[in-house]
Design a protein around this ligand. Structure first.
Ligand code: CTP
Ligand code: MG
Length: 229
């Protein structure tokens, strides 16, 4: 019997991307943030969260061993499985989902590229699921004016009043997530998109500006400053 049996809330931490836009000599999950791999920050926060029972880490292919060592260094006892990811984020989530116990009640999917994960966000996500929603995503209002452009020409200025920018973690009922990931994954940039496409009802909750995604070197510096302050 594994420690994960009977665990209610599972987290899939996707860290398998290469970090092409960040650059450097290693995958983004292993870029240095405050003296340790970027991945350590979100992994430690999931480990310490009272809302999370079991964790699956999806590692860059070939980096499973350093990922297991990192989990050991952090004494992250909730880590049940470390698996290699796929060619796209969606394929990596699919790899992680295979490791989630059939009895799980909630699956959270989080990007390792968003290190500053706060427990308050997780708590906000769980409430809609308890009310029967298929999924919940944290989101922030869009501050800039948004334009649709073709060949550098503005085609349309989109009304931003009903637009939000989605973050992770995203929370789902396992059956809704599994059904969505059994289908075509093409074009999905987050998990909710696949659940929506499959007819699932997804609720938005208040996001967190600190949950910004590390894409470029400037983002990494920004997160390092937030962490230090
Ligand atoms: N991800 C993944 N597997 C992939 C691609 C992305 O697990 N094949 C994960 C990343 O590790 C990251 C999250 O999905 O935690 C969001 O992806 P992104 O920020 O685009 O990271 P990368 O794909 O690594 O960066 P880039 O697009 O610049 O190469
Ligand atoms: Mg990417």
């Amino acid at each position: 019997m594994s420690a994960a049996e009977g665990s209610a809330t599972w987290a899939i931490l996707v860290a398998a991307g290469s970090g092409r836009r960040l650059g450097g000599d290693r995958p983004k999950a292993f870029a240095a943030l405050a003296g340790r791999p970027l991945l350590a920050e979100s992994l430690e926060r999931l480990e310490l969260s009272p809302w999370v029972d079991a964790i699956v880490v999806v590692a860059p292919p070939g980096w499973e061993e350093p990922t297991i060592l990192l989990a050991e260094e952090l004494a992250a006892a909730k880590v049940v499985s470390v698996v290699a990811g796929g060619a796209t984020r969606a394929e990596s989530v699919r790899c992680g989902l295979r490791e989630v116990d059939g009895e799980a009640l909630v699956v959270l999917v989080h990007d390792a590229a968003r290190p500053l994960l706060d427990d308050g966000v997780i708590e906000r996500l769980l409430a809609p699921l308890a009310e029967g929603w298929d999924g919940a995503v944290p989101a922030l209002p869009v501050a800039d004016t948004v334009k649709r452009v073709r060949d550098s020409q503005v085609v349309e200025t989109v009304d931003r009043a009903d637009l939000v920018a989605a973050q992770t973690p995203q929370a789902f009922r396992p059956d809704a997530l599994r059904a969505a990931y059994a289908l075509d994954l093409t074009g999905a940039t987050d998990c909710a998109a696949l659940v929506e496409r499959n007819g699932g009802r997804v609720r938005v909750v208040e996001g967190d500006p600190r949950l910004l995604k590390v894409t470029t070197r400037a983002d990494l510096d920004h997160v390092a400053r937030l962490l230090a302050g």
